[in-house]
Design a protein around this ligand. Structure first.
Ligand code: ZN
Length: 506
């Protein structure tokens, strides 16, 4: 996500952002990049080592607030353990009237629910295991589905369902927005299995409460022809008949699947040269005075991060302008930027930040609920670093200064208001979005800026490229990050630990 970077304790709402004028690469930056970045010597990442979950989703959308979803998940038990159940998040039910885990803070409701209160949900029926009626359980607010089934290590199982989806009217990740329709988290999402159990923590009004396995998606969408779809992955066919267009979409080995629709989408296409092969970049926009510059910036970021950290692994990248309730939001092979971001520099930072999430969240996953600094801090740093190496040192300097000011204001809060600088704590412990921004984003960026200062640029980029390759299509934690630095010849463990445990003097 990319919330605003305000320094008061009770913020997190987006600020006005816009586009950045193109800045020419300096010769020095190019030469430096050639010397430093060797990641393109290994243009392709290894495929996931075990069969990933495969979703087949058949989504039929009426163009209003209703959709029908027939879905099937083919799951191979790669946990090495005997499983007795599979657990799924039903994120759409966080948007229901009786949810215990609402998708936004009370203070944000007026902004997000533009027509007043509105609710949505997913109602499942016909849940089956291997084509037989399943024994299942829903938790109290129906945000967690547990399907009982014995699955031996290496065994496979098919879970299928039918569902009726109701979309809320809101400018959030799931709903009918003021500029289109957001289908994210709309399908039953298999929970992450970690340390002998399913990670079942639910929705949170603060942060990105998602932690999922790399999966593949085969999606068939039937929707009114007037609506242009922007989705994770590649469109493999599209046929229109009688005002309805059926679109087939495939997204392989992505963290999750997102779909946005709008009758107002313009499209801007370009390509990125990823270590010698071509990645298609498509920007779907509703309100952008210079869409070609935005698409070019995303492509440039993909090329840069591929050189610096390791190759972008997908044939395509989708950038979409959509109301998501924050400055931006990341998904598998797709990034969303909010049209409310008008300021040029903030728009550019948001585009690059959300693109960088393809490396930190997408390919290398992490526990965004309990260690949100790991993807957000590294993504904030990566975006600032992109501008530093692009020859715009001022943006890097300003980003670090802003993060320092943001964290400084937070850290001076009186104890009774609840200052807590520890970074490995769950989203549920954050009282405000501002506190979350200060700890995960601002302090997270300061950690990586400190590592850059102490380890030097060569070792830092070597460590991050190693971290990317070693954890691609899997999940990593702070120990994996420290291990990558160690292999690059720098002992980062004490620094990471002192930031995370809040024993560092800031
Ligand atoms: Zn983010």
């Amino acid at each position: 996500m990319n919330p605003s970077r305000k320094t008061s304790k009770n913020t997190g709402r987006k600020s006005a952002r816009g586009r950045l004028s193109a800045v020419l690469l300096t010769l020095a930056a190019v030469l430096c990049a050639i010397v430093l970045f060797g990641a393109c010597n290994e243009p392709s990442l290894p495929s996931p080592s075990t069969p990933v979950p495969v979703y087949d989703l058949d989504l039929s959308y009426d163009g209003g607030r209703k959709a029908l979803l027939d879905g099937e998940l083919l799951y191979t038990n790669d946990t090495g353990e005997e499983l007795t159940s599979l657990a799924f998040h039903l994120y759409a039910n966080a948007f229901s009237e009786d949810t215990s885990s609402p998708p936004c803070l009370e203070s944000e409701r007026a902004d997000i629910y533009y027509n007043g209160d509105s609710f949505g949900n997913i109602e499942l029926s016909d849940i089956k295991i291997d084509r037989k009626t399943a024994d299942f359980e829903l938790n109290a607010d129906k945000t967690l589905l547990t399907v009982r089934s014995a699955v031996a290590p290496g065994g496979t199982v098919t879970v299928s369902w039918s569902a009726e989806i109701t979309l809320p009217e809101c400018n959030a990740r799931f709903g009918v927005t003021q500029s289109g329709v957001n289908f994210t988290g709309f399908y039953p999402v298999l929970c992450m299995y970690d340390d002998g159990e399913w990670c079942t923590e639910g929705y949170s009004p603060v942060g990105d409460p998602f932690f999922s396995e790399i999966s593949s998606f085969h999606v068939t969408l039937a929707a009114p022809t007037a609506l242009v779809p922007a989705a994770s992955g590649e469109v493999t066919s599209s046929e229109s008949d009688g005002g309805v267009t059926v679109t087939e979409i495939t997204a392989e080995n992505v963290r999750d699947f997102a779909l946005f629709l709008s009758r107002d989408f313009g499209t801007e296409k370009t390509t990125a040269n990823v270590c010698g092969s071509v990645t298609d970049v498509t920007y779907f926009y509703t309100d952008d005075a210079d869409p070609s510059a935005t698409a070019a910036l995303a492509a440039e970021a993909i090329e840069f991060f591929s050189s610096a950290f390791g190759a972008y692994p997908y044939p395509s990248f989708t950038l979409v302008q959509a109301h998501v309730g924050a400055g931006g939001m990341e998904y598998g092979a797709l990034a969303a930027v909010d049209p409310s971001v008008k300021d040029e520099r903030e728009h550019a930072l948001t585009v690059v930040h959300e693109t960088a999430h393809q490396w930190w969240f997408g390919v290398v996953g992490s526990d965004q609920i309990n260690s949100p600094w790991l993807d957000e801090g590294l993504t904030e740093f990566s975006a600032a670093y992109f501008f530093l190496r692009r020859g715009d040192e001022q943006i890097y300097t300003d980003s670090v200064a802003s993060a320092r000011a943001c964290y400084s204001v937070y850290s001076r809060l009186p104890d009774e208001v609840g200052f807590d600088g520890r970074m490995d704590r769950p989203l549920s412990s954050y009282l405000t979005a501002g506190e979350y921004v200060a700890v995960a984003y601002c302090k997270g960026l300061l950690l990586f800026d400190t590592l850059l200062s102490l380890a030097g640029e060569e070792k830092l980029t070597a460590a991050l490229a190693d971290y990317y390759a070693a954890n691609a299509f899997s999940v990593a934690d702070g120990h994996a990050l420290a291990a990558a630095f160690s292999r690059a010849g720098f002992d980062a463990a004490p620094i990471i630990s002192s930031f995370v445990r809040d024993t560092a003097v800031m």
